[in-house]
Design a protein around this ligand. Structure first.
Ligand SMILES: C[S@@+](CC[C@H](N)C(=O)[O-])C[C@H]1O[C@@H](n2cnc3c(N)ncnc32)[C@H](O)[C@@H]1O
Length: 180
């Protein structure tokens, strides 16, 4: 199914992009769910060693290619090969709203509870992260955090919150996840 709706950069995008600019230099970077390409472009501007963008939305993949960034269609890591120094994800994290249409829910909803896609991402990210690698991922106060915390621990990762922002309805935070 083709989805023409590309996520417009928002507060979560800007919170993440600010740190991507600091983390990406000389790194092999993977941007999952790249959308408009804001994170991939930030990594490129910060002189990353290489940048690969991916998305489940074919329109987004096409748009990012037109920006001169390597971009592939992939459901999370389904088409991703190899290991990366920096893996970035600003996931759809809201609990599913049954009134929302398919195109819109693909960029906003992380599953029934909201944490499902993030949990899958973490499980799959493990084998694509270099030993000294870092994951940067957005979480929201609207998403249950307990399972995310448990999964990070069970995968033998550690995390810290490196930035956050209070919005009208939620607080968004940026996690830095790495090997201990
Ligand atoms: C909240 S938007 C973030 C877009 C952009 N990275 C940013 O920071 O503005 C989430 C993105 O994840 C993509 N996405 C949703 N489910 C996905 C999946 N299973 N695999 C890959 N990308 C996915 C959506 O198409 C959308 O582009």
């Amino acid at each position: 199914m083709t989805n023409n709706l590309i996520y417009e950069p928002s507060d979560d995008s800007f919170l993440l992009a600010k740190q991507v600019k600091k983390y990406a230099k000389n790194k092999k970077v993977l941007d999952i769910g790249s959308g408009s390409g804001i994170q991939a472009l930030s990594a490129k501007k910060a002189k990353a060693k290489s940048v690969l963008a991916s998305d489940i939305n074919k329109s987004a993949v096409k748009k990012i290619k037109s920006l001169g960034i390597e971009s592939i269609y992939s459901n999370l890591f389904s088409k991703i090969k190899g290991k990366y120094d920096l893996i970035i994800f600003n996931p759809p994290y809201l609990p599913k709203d049954e009134r929302e249409d398919y195109d819109s829910s693909l960029i906003t909803s992380g599953g029934k509870r909201g944490d499902e896609l993030t949990l899958k991402f973490l499980q799959q990210a493990k084998k694509h992260l270099e030993k000294s690698g870092i994951i940067l991922i957005i979480v929201s106060s609207l998403t249950p955090f307990e399972k995310i915390k448990k999964t990070i621990k069970s995968l033998n990762f550690k995390f810290k919150i490196i930035d956050s922002k209070k919005l009208f309805m939620e607080k968004i935070s940026l996690l830095e996840i790495s090997h201990p």
